[in-house]
Write a protein of this length. Sequence first.
Length: 296
Amino acid sequence: MRSAASLIVTAPLAALAGRTAARGDTACNYGVLMVRRVGGGSFGGALVFPGGVQEEQDKGPGGPHVACAIRETYEETGLLLLTAAPPALRARADASFRVSSTSFRDFNSTIGATALRTHALARWTTPRAQQKRFDTRFLMLNIGDGDKFALSQLGQEHVQASELVELDWIAPDQALRDNRSTLALLPPQAYMLHELSQFRRWQDLARRAELLDRTVADRPMEPVLSRRSDGRVVALFPGDRAYPDMQENERPGDADLFCREPHAPGLHRMEMDPAPAGGFLATNLIRTVTYGQPRL
């Protein structure tokens, strides 16, 4: 299993004027950065958060997961989420400066080039049935009014053609509304968008992020996916009354997968429809237990 990191980047809609997050109706005053990868691969055609596999160079005061998430976000979108422009960039009057992989690790030790603060949100592992497996830390980074260097880059982010085919800022409630019919998501992204959508104001989300318990956030969430007789797929999460004993190779039966009382105790699952190009549509998170990643 390979270590990886993914970054949930949010920014106020006011700072995203003219960006795609402003389209349509939304009750949220902020957008979330999401991308679609080249060729689909393990992600199918689903929208995901920026991120990737941890590399040897990923080092710094925040630890390898933070360094990996910041690096991957830069490589994929061009957003350099640091407190200030690094000296090499400040010295260039043009926009041609690009950070090489070998120099990226030096940023955290460069005065004025520290990564913006991140918050550990969750840790997910790929289901055991899949051939390629990842142990992924999900971190949250909220771009605020005081993050001048990051704000100056909004509107300049771009698709890294070798890795992405699409980049979008989208409000959480809008993403879930589109997910009912057209926007495919994977369980981790759908789960976190459901959690984010509880917060209408970016300011409230940022305050809540400060209170997250890092210990709880490091508990691995390994979903178990099963198909019901009606064609819907159910992802069971740790703590659900039907979550199988991994050591015994148990598989939940059809009766365990139908949820006729969504407010009943002992439920931690997501119901969803497979999307034709990969990922899932019409995701419905049911959570009446506190086990697992911290609740926003």
